[in-house]
Design a protein around this ligand. Structure first.
Ligand code: UT7
Length: 334
């Protein structure tokens, strides 16, 4: 009998503080018009002085656990996908594990940049499918506002802070992640990076900046191509076609990337989920935030086939095909 890992609850947490495009006009030489037409972003959320990645992760995790009606003491594993941890160690996941009361669970962070949530979902699903664990919490949480250069208009307008979480539970029903594609091309390491605290003086001397660096146009081309290719591959692996997809939930980096990929895949606009206008690019948090919001808004129903695609630093990319729904039929969106 095959075991599957159903998504039984979703949650999200974004900071209260809203930073609009007109706020940014006061910081750098930019305009609301440029940001909206080139990216689709109107505003993003930014943490308060007393908030960090783990705080957002904990809030999103609690919401997902409540939605799934899962006792945190029953969790076997906590994985947090993040590239902006507030502590290098212990992991953000260790803080989440303690804060939510997952006293039996192991916990670790996973860094695949903006592809991190799908990498974590695939990892969690393996632990459930091989019989090691029955309940896993997967979180994507980021505070990019503390690593962007607020004087660099090419990057500071793009990113935002937030977290999203899902609870996975073992079931014999064919729910959850049906197929996935994970990829990495480390030769693209200079296109999108952030130095860590242990970088050598030589690495620092070679870096363009000690803040987040991105070659936007090169990453843009990679993103469109890989989104289209990975979407096709993940569907083929599970034996489905694009017509079977109920909702496409891509990484929220740029509306032009999403529209170009959707056009190439012949996906109609009403099957494409976009919320970057309100949150900007929240890296590993963008897909789980979108999933939680799609459930709240009635855009995701039990039985729906959901196609997710992420891409980012590494370079990395990931696609996942999920059959939405909970084994007892009352799960997210039910
Ligand atoms: O999540 C990780 C993955 N990240 C992504 O997928 C991001 C991919 N890249 C992008 O989304 C786009 O490349 C950007 C939104 C970052 C930039 O858009 P673009 O259309 O590729 O612009 P560009 O970098 O080619 O710049 C065009 C012009 C430049 O001016 P000149 O040199 O032509 O005079 C920039 O200096 O736009 C200028 N520019 C801006 N102008 C006003 C760049 N940023 C801004 C800005 N406001 N914020």
């Amino acid at each position: 009998m095959t075991t599957y890992a159903a998504i039984t609850g979703c949650g999200r947490a974004v900071p209260h503080r809203v930073l609009t495009n007109s706020d940014l006009e006061k910081l750098v030489d930019t305009s609301d018009e440029w940001i909206r037409t080139r990216t689709g972003i109107s505003e993003r959320r930014v943490v308060a002085d007393d908030e960090a990645t783990s705080d957002l992760a904990i809030r999103a995790a609690r919401e997902a656990l409540a939605a799934a009606a899962t006792d945190p003491a029953d969790l076997d594993l906590v994985i947090v996908a993040t590239c902006t941890p507030d502590w290098m160690f212990p992991s953000v996941a260790a803080r989440v594990q303690h804060a939510v009361g997952a006293r039996r669970a192991a916990a670790f962070d996973l860094n695949a940049a903006c592809s991190g949530f799908i990498f974590a979902l695939a990892t969690a699903t393996q632990f459930i499918q091989n019989g090691s664990y029955r309940r896993v919490l997967v979180v994507g949480s980021e505070v990019l506002s503390r690593v962007v250069d607020w004087a660099d208009r090419k990057t500071c307008v793009l990113f935002g802070d937030g977290a999203g979480a899902v609870v996975l539970e073992a079931t014999e029903k064919p729910l959850g992640l049906l197929s996935y594609v994970l990829g990495t091309d480390g030769s693209g390491d200079r296109l999108l990076y952030l130095l860590g605290p242990t970088a050598s003086p030589q690495q620092r001397a070679r870096a363009e900046t000690t803040y987040l660096y991105m070659n936007g146009p090169e990453v843009f081309k990679f993103a469109v191509n890989v989104t289209v290719a990975a979407s096709r591959q993940v569907l083929e692996r599970a034996g489905y076609t694009l017509e079977d997809v109920a909702l496409f939930v891509p990484h929220q980096a740029n509306e032009r990337i999403i529209r170009a990929a959707a056009k190439s895949l012949h996906l109609p606009a009403d099957k494409v989920y976009i919320n970057l206008d309100r949150f900007g690019n929240t890296s590993a948090a963008s897909i789980p935030i979108a999933l939680a919001e799609a459930v709240e808004r009635g855009r995701l129903r039990p039985g729906d086939l959901v196609l997710m695609v992420g891409f980012g630093a590494g370079l990395t990319w990931a696609a996942g095909l999920v059959r939405w729904g909970s084994p007892n039929g009352t799960g997210p969106g039910g």
